[in-house]
Write a protein that binds this ligand. Structure first.
Ligand SMILES: [Zn+2]
Length: 323
């Protein structure tokens, strides 16, 4: 079963978050400037990146002590608990001091997301009223994080990163058969990872399409290739037409089994996959996979959803699909 999604905010909560993002993008005049200009965002939020030495949480604790911050002991307890449970701290927002701290050992797209996530904590007044410090680790950034404030900060970061429906509008210009290319192109354009780009592509697409993110493929004895399902993201139209995959792992006997790349294989070219829709009708779909080395992205769409009359199929695939 795929993990639940971060869209578990209520429509009112989501709207409140999005209003804060709109306000910040307005103040920083960031609309249409991609990747979202972080310096202007931080300036408009009156935040500074104080230090990037978060290699160890202890470094931050020492910093707090050195500043004799009264709340340090409380923050220390939180930090220690968070660190022991989920590994190292990657980002901190000290909203009273208008400072954020980002671990500069993680990759660029993650630093961008962390920066926007910490900015989100600072920009949401109800959060600042309750807490001075926010400490984040890998768990905070996961879509299924339990804490409401983390889900709000993640949605804030996503909305700021993709500039509302800015990404969706650009994705809409690409035919689905060029979808994987669009995912790979639009990710870096917005300063996002391929993983985040793929999720945004599916969740905001007005056509029927599905993205399945897998952990890297492995060889399992007696099974062959096998990969754990990390995340499933489907467009609203896909969800209205098809049940979502429920398997925790994809193996060769699964309908998506032919999309598993071997560990060194980067691309699985488009191929036909048959899926049954909610009415029990078998529908021909096209699916392809891209191995980022961190994970495998599968993009699938029913060919019925295509507007063009031909589909690009792999060499050796003689028959075009007619609509
Ligand atoms: Zn957070």
């Amino acid at each position: 079963m795929a993990k639940p999604d971060d869209s578990s905010l209520t429509p009112a909560q989501l709207r409140a978050v999005e209003e804060r993002v709109v306000s910040l993008l307005n103040r920083s005049e960031a609309w249409g400037r991609v990747p979202t200009p972080l310096e202007d965002i931080l300036a408009a939020a009156k935040l500074r990146v104080e230090s990037k030495s978060l290699k160890e949480a202890d470094g931050f604790l020492a910093f707090l002590k050195s500043k004799s911050i009264a709340a340090a002991s409380m923050a220390m307890d939180t930090l220690k608990a968070a660190t022991s449970a989920f590994g190292k701290i990657l980002g901190i927002c000290d909203s009273a001091d208008h400072a954020i701290y980002i671990d500069d050992t993680v990759n660029g797209s993650k630093q961008t997301f962390l920066t926007l996530h910490e900015t989100g904590h600072h920009e949401m007044p109800h959060q600042r009223r309750l807490f001075r410090f926010f400490e984040d680790n890998d768990k905070s950034l996961e879509p299924d994080v339990a804490e409401l404030f983390e889900r709000e900060a993640n949605n804030f970061a996503r909305h700021a990163l993709f500039q509302g429906d800015g990404y969706a509008k650009m994705a809409a210009d690409h035919d689905l058969e060029k979808g994987m290319a669009a995912i790979k192109k639009l990710g870096p354009k917005f300063g996002a990872s391929i993983y985040a780009s793929a999720r945004e592509f599916a969740r905001t697409n007005y056509r029927a399409c599905l993205v399945v993110v897998l952990n890297p493929s492995e060889y399992a004895f007696g099974v062959g290739l096998r990969a754990e399902v990390r995340r499933i993201e489907a467009s609203a139209l896909f969800k209205a037409q098809f049940p979502l995959p429920q398997a925790t792992h994809i193996t060769p006997d699964h309908p998506l089994g032919s999309l598993l790349p071997s560990p060194k294989q980067r691309v699985v070219k488009p191929r036909s996959v048959v899926l049954e829709d909610f009415n029990g009708a078998r529908q021909e779909c096209v699916a392809e996979a891209f191995n980022t080395t961190h994970n495998t992205i599968i993009l699938l769409y029913p060919t019925k959803a295509l507007t063009k009359t031909t589909v690009i199929l792999p060499p050796g695939f003689k028959q075009a699909v007619n609509f």
